[in-house]
Design a protein around this ligand. Structure first.
Ligand SMILES: Nc1nc2c(ncn2[C@@H]2O[C@H](COP(=O)(O)OP(=O)(O)O)[C@@H](O)[C@H]2O)c(=O)[nH]1
Ligand SMILES: [Mg+2]
Length: 449
């Protein structure tokens, strides 16, 4: 799979900065430094001050040159890091010079792709590189780093290894039909599959946590006008995003803000309050509220000590949409001598999940805890590793095949279910070793038995 092309890219973000980096990777970059600087390449992995020159030898920039000879580099190929000054024009000149010297512009992710193709990283680790760059919180950074260092991959690989071991025995029992039944019974496939399912459930749990760190939850704030939806959004975000007034119907457009709670991103949409209205702008706003509801993972239904939820709102929410009932403005209650004006609440809201005050902050910590709990987040001493929905889906698929395997009476079908479970797992790391199985069988089993 080794590539013959040299690739180059500006590796730092556009804009003005102290330094900027152009990165070059290719199969053989021996002459590259000589042509770029008029001098030999620096010693491996040692920074050297160099003047970078154009084809006529005129200086383009001056900075540090680093050389990582293959295979001890990020991509596994020869890599140069040209650390010049961090201006757009100067970096473009350096990049152009690299193109003159035979490089083509790298595609997005191509350095990491080469690292994967050269077995420097597996697929889950390569994905973690992107997740680390995109990480928005300390927890997300830690999770991505753990995945990048291979914590997730190792656990997947351990499961795959255990699965291969079981497959050897099951397929062996097919091949040696005479002693097959006894051979299979010794292997205790059901017991082993149960053990695998326990391990898999643990891994799935961690992956779900990691995936939550990455994608977060979409929460829609809904309720009657004036119950304090916008105030609550602002209080959660600790910033003023939405306009708050005492005029009902202030919020028209759905306003989106991401609030990090323990590093988990909650994408909260503040919506127009739902009520019958003749105002066409407000009507359009209410339509957007319904669109946001359709898109959400959770509805936070807000009432306050004087307003109930609009009568039909709870029944009109999609049945499958989880909801939290929160009553706002509890600070007013003291002023009202414990009485709620407008006479009480309808029965279905008699017990909200939680009472808060967007004004005083009362109950907000409990609300955040409830949001985390509802999302399935469990704070643990050990940070989760970063995972993607693709990984969660693959783990679930493996789980389904193993469960099916438990119920297979025919040994061939058992073998097939195990093979499919393994295939789902290896899809996570990109090690498609399924058909190496025969070699494994003969190397690990004595044929003379
Ligand atoms: N006393 C009190 N007033 C609040 C609280 N939350 C919001 N308000 C007031 O209620 C009014 C409506 O708030 P707003 O956030 O615009 O409600 P929305 O229409 O549901 O978005 C404003 O005058 C807010 O200052 C609260 O917790 N306590
Ligand atoms: Mg509002």
């Amino acid at each position: 799979m080794a590539s013959t092309e040299i690739i180059a890219a500006i590796a730092t973000a556009p804009g003005r900065a102290g330094i900027g980096v152009v990165r070059v990777s290719g199969p053989d970059l021996c002459s590259f430094a000589k042509q770029l600087t008029g001098m030999d390449a620096p010693s491996a992995r040692q920074a050297a001050l160099r003047i970078f020159r154009d084809a006529q030898g005129a200086p383009l920039d001056q900075g540090l040159l680093l050389y990582f000879p293959a295979p001890a580099s990020f991509t596994g190929e020869d890599v140069f890091e040209i650390q010049g000054h961090g201006g757009d024009a100067v970096l473009r000149l350096l990049l152009l010079r690299c193109q003159e010297l035979g490089a083509r512009l790298a595609r997005p992710g191509e350095f990491t792709q080469r690292a994967y193709l050269n077995h420097k990283l597996d697929l889950a680790q390569a994905e973690a590189v992107a997740d680390l760059i995109d990480a928005e919180s300390q927890a997300a950074v830690r999770g991505a780093l753990r995945s990048l260092s291979g914590v997730f991959s190792e656990q997947v690989n351990a499961l795959v290894a255990a699965l291969i071991d079981l497959r050897l025995r099951v397929e062996g029992s097919i091949d040696f039909a005479d002693e097959g039944i006894e051979f299979l019974a010794q292997a205790n496939p059901a017991g082993r599959i149960h053990e695998l399912l326990v391990l898999l459930a643990g891994l799935l749990h961690s992956a779900l946590q990691g995936s939550l760190l990455r994608t977060g939850r979409r929460v829609v704030l809904v309720g009657a006008p004036n119950v304090g939806k916008s105030s609550l959004l602002n209080a959660l975000a600790e910033e003023s995003h939405a306009i708050v007034t005492d005029i009902p119907g202030t919020t028209r457009d759905a306003i989106r803000t991401t609030v990090l709670i323990e590093g988990v991103p909650f994408h909260i949409v503040d919506t127009a309050g739902i009520r019958p209205t003749q105002d066409p702008v407000e009507q359009a706003g209410i339509q957007r509220t319904w669109a946001a509801i359709a898109d959400a993972d959770l509805a936070l239904v807000l009432t306050d000590v004087t307003h109930d939820a609009p009568p039909d709102l709870l029944t009109q929410l999609p049945q499958s949409l989880p909801r939290l009932l929160v009553r706002n403005k509890v600070d007013l209650r003291g002023q009202m001598g414990g009485q709620t004006p407008n006479g009480g609440l309808t029965p279905h809201l008699a017990t909200p999940n939680l009472e808060v005050s967007a004004k005083t902050g009362e109950g907000l910590a409990a609300l955040k805890a409830l949001l985390l709990q509802q999302a399935g987040w469990q704070s643990s001493a050990e940070p989760p590793f970063m995972a993607r929905e693709r990984h969660v889906a693959a783990l679930r698929e493996a789980q389904a095949h193993l469960q099916l395997a438990l119920n297979q009476n025919a040994v061939e079908l058992l073998a097939e279910s195990l093979r499919l479970a393994q295939q789902a797992l290896t899809g996570i790391t990109g090690h498609f070793s399924a058909d190496d199985l025969l070699g494994e069988i003969f190397s690990r089993f004595c044929i003379g038995k």
